[in-house]
Design a protein around this ligand. Structure first.
Ligand code: ADP
Ligand code: ASP
Ligand code: MG
Length: 405
């Protein structure tokens, strides 16, 4: 018996039958004597549909109005789910982000949670009510609606679990847990019984959408007991925790793919001190995050610098660089959006120098060209042509996990 937060993603609440299925999981947890807080996403593709609707009226809607619109998806889910639970004869109440005191900053479309005022939730739990909360949304200091970024309901769930001191935060989704690669795309992907916060955070940041990266960051910081599991199979899921057993003999835990990335190349920069500083401080001032950076060896007093940014930042990055072309001093700027970043993650690679070479070998054997490389203590990322991306993940995955399959 305890306090449990259960989050259900869009595919778990996509229609009436699925909501009834979710209602059974929730009421079973309640019947077991637990206090239950549920966080829901919008049904199925609702968020994408709302974005498309906005586009019919305005090609560049303000972020504030966009959040006002997108938050309605989650509001539908919570009311429908509460109705299903009511129909089963249980005490239940649905609450929006505003009603549960989910306070965020004002970065519409990617707001950060500042605090959660939990009085209302606690009052409802004291009445032994099941509380259903709209994920993905909060309010800023003016009480305007904000959203947390795509996939942000995971972060709403962890924020509530942390603020209420929940015993467990369960993230229910459409796969059985966290796998060594996307199980929908990669043959032989295996479910992990457990994964460390650090490795899960890397995977989430590098494109494994199974968890929102900020949810993992927050779970680590506030010691939230977190589990990823299926709404449909009833099987045990993956525990995300501080320390875990190594995955058999493998030095890595998973392979991730990120296609939300573009490469920008500045060609013909002069080869003298201060050039990189100029380029990257300009981008930083516009709050453009730069990921992999590659600088060529200088030749005849000129050099090239390439770097990656997320697709959403490409236009802003190109515009600012063009605007300061004279001041920076370069010949031309080239942008490629047909790229993907493929990464391997694992804390076991620190003490095993052959891991990166194994990854590059797998790509070489598949005749896949590497455009850029970046490494840290627990990951190696490469940039490849987007047409090679899925094949690249498969061959890398085969290299590291085939023998366990
Ligand atoms: P939800 O709507 O429940 O939040 P998401 O679509 O955000 O679900 O995340 C679940 C999906 O993440 C899965 O259907 C799967 O295709 C994808 N995925 C990508 N990488 C992984 C991975 N390493 N392990 C499990 N699922 C993954
Ligand atoms: N509905 C939002 C989205 O589609 C938030 C979420 O599902 O977590 O991104
Ligand atoms: Mg998700």
């Amino acid at each position: 018996m305890g306090l449990i937060v259960q989050k259900f993603g869009g595919s778990s609440v996509a229609n009436a039958d699925k909501i009834r299925n979710v209602a059974k999981i929730i009421t079973k947890t309640y019947d077991d004597g637990n206090d239950v807080i549920v966080v829901l996403s919008a049904q199925g593709d609702t968020t994408d549909d709302l974005i498309a609707k906005a586009g019919e009226l305005n090609s560049k809607p303000s972020k504030r109005e966009m959040d006002m619109l997108l938050a309605t998806g989650e509001q539908q889910s919570i009311a429908l789910c509460a109705m299903a639970i009511e129909a089963m004869g249980y005490p239940v109440i649905s609450l929006t982000g505003w009603q549960v005191g989910m306070k965020t900053n004002s970065s519409y479309g990617g707001a950060r949670i500042k605090r959660v005022d939990c009085e209302r939730i606690r009052a409802e739990l004291d009445k032994r009510c099941i509380v259903i909360v709209a994920g993905f949304q909060g309010v800023n200091k003016r009480d305007d609606v904000t959203t947390l970024g795509r996939g942000g309901s995971d972060t709403s769930a962890v924020a509530l679990a942390a603020s209420l001191g929940a015993d467990l935060c369960q993230i229910y989704t459409d796969v059985d847990g966290v796998y060594t690669a996307d199980p929908r795309k990669i043959k032989g992907a295996r479910k992990l019984e457990e994964i460390s916060f650090d490795e899960m955070l890397e995977l989430a940041c590098l494109g494994s959408q199974v968890l929102h990266n900020r949810s993992v960051e927050m779970a680590k910081r506030y010691h939230v007991n977190m589990e990823v599991l299926s709404s449909f199979s009833g099987l045990p899921g993956t525990k995300v925790k501080e320390v875990v057993k190594p995955v058999e003999n493998s030095h890595i835990v998973g392979v991730a793919k990120d296609t939300d990335i573009a490469r920008i190349a500045l060609v013909g920069l002069s080869d003298r001190p201060g050039i990189a500083f100029r380029v990257f401080s300009l981008l930083a001032k516009r709050k453009i995050n730069v990921d992999i950076i590659l600088q060529s060896i200088g030749r005849e007093e000129s050099k090239d610098i390439s770097f990656t940014v997320s697709k959403a930042d490409v236009d802003a990055a190109r515009d600012i660089l063009e605007e300061y072309k004279e001041a920076i001093g370069f010949h031309s700027v080239h942008v490629s959006e047909d790229v993907a970043k493929i990464s391997i993650v694992g804390s076991g690679m620190i003490n095993n120098p052959g891991v990166a070479a194994d990854m590059f070998g797998a790509l070489y054997n598949a005749n896949i060209n590497i455009n850029m490389i970046s490494t840290s203590e627990i990951k190696v990322s490469v940039l490849v042509d987007i047409r090679d991306a899925d094949h690249a993940v498969q061959v890398i995955h085969d290299k590291f996990f085939a023998e366990f399959g």
